[in-house]
Ligand binder design. Structure first.
Ligand code: C2E
Ligand code: MG
Ligand code: MG
Ligand code: MG
Length: 289
């Protein structure tokens, strides 16, 4: 009887599982095509210092407009790419594109690039970074690689050795989405990090009267400061959130309040990255009304 019931359940779920598997397969095929045929693009979101409210850099975020299905979120396609070797090619495209574009900005703002654990674990990764910097002419200290706690757990990875080589090259390192993974404090010691990015879930909770979230942010900031690292609070959308984050002592803020991720052309118009209006980057941002 149990077997029959089991089979019934199986039969019931099968079409759904097939639909999900089909979509993943379709997206994997089409993403391969997109990365080879210039079907991806980057948008950039400003990162603002709390002290003086100045734009110090931009995070590059990947966008894919599928020819049939429209925009697909990186939250969906990045995990698919990570499960195949495709993440290597996608990651290399992102790194090269971000460095090329940032090298053409009129002001020396930093550019932050997300690096997946699989990509980071490749022993050839530091070499690729050095090569791309040389080819694009971007100064190493303008490139910030955003890694996650996953890099410490990636199979066959020698994270320490990768860190050492990248440090020698002179790029900056940020730990993204801090607090959402295993968050072993030992990781903070093992990596020569310049920055910790505090996940937006803590920011969101803290202004809704959740003192525990505020306490968590405060302790991350204390820890980061003691270790000589900067902190960026992610996902700040409201004036209340900005005020709280400042009060909790974060050094930087990134969120829709200061600006959503923008196309390069929009950046040039709004942020003045064309050289004439260098009054925005490195200078006070104009607050959203
Ligand atoms: P992430 O690296 O933590 O990037 C921040 C995400 O928060 C972005 O979502 C950004 O648009 C969103 N965000 C920023 N400010 C706000 C805000 O005020 N409110 C809200 N609700 N959201 C905000 P996005 O672009 O959808 O990217 C999602 C994730 O996909 C990224 O999280 C990152 O993990 C991954 N990703 C994006 N681009 C790349 C890439 O080039 N390579 C890799 N490996 N992963 C990427
Ligand atoms: Mg990031
Ligand atoms: Mg993040
Ligand atoms: Mg994230």
């Amino acid at each position: 009887a149990a077997k029959a019931a089991g089979r019934g359940v199986h039969r019931f779920y099968e079409p759904i599982m097939h639909a999900a598997a089909d979509r993943r397969h379709m997206l994997e095929q089409d993403l391969t095509e997109a990365v080879e045929r210039d079907g991806l693009r980057l948008v950039y979101q400003p990162v603002v210092s709390c002290k003086g409210e100045r734009v110090t850099g931009f995070e590059a975020l990947l966008r894919w407009n599928h020819p049939l299905h429209g925009p697909i979120s990186p939250g969906e396609f990045i995990p698919i790419a990570e499960e195949s070797s495709l993440i290597e090619r996608v990651g290399e495209w992102v790194l090269r594109k971000a460095c090329e574009e940032a090298a053409r900005w009129a002001i020396p703002a930093r550019v932050a690039v997300n690096v997946s654990p699989t990509q980071f674990a490749n022993p050839a990764f530091p070499n690729l970074v050095a090569q791309v910097l040389a080819q694009t002419g971007l100064a190493p200290q303008r490139l910030e690689l955003e890694i996650t706690e996953g890099v410490f757990m990636a199979e066959g990875s020698n994270a320490e050795r990768q860190f050492e080589t990248l440090k020698r090259i002179g790029v900056r390192l940020a730990l993204d989405d801090f607090g959402t993974g295993y968050s072993s404090l030992g990781y903070l010691q093992r990596a020569p990090l310049n920055k910790i990015k505090i996940d937006q879930s803590f920011v969101r909770g803290a202004t809704r009267g959740d003192n525990q979230n505020a306490a968590i942010i405060r302790s991350i900031v204390t820890l980061a400061e003691a270790l000589g690292m900067e902190t960026t609070a992610e996902g700040a959308e409201t004036e209340d959130e900005i005020e709280l984050i400042r009060r909790l002592g974060c050094s930087h803020i990134q969120g829709f309040y200061y600006g959503p991720p923008l196309e390069v052309s929009e950046l040039i118009n709004k942020m003045g990255l064309d050289g004439n209006a260098a009054n925005k980057v490195g200078h006070k941002v104009s607050r959203a009304p």
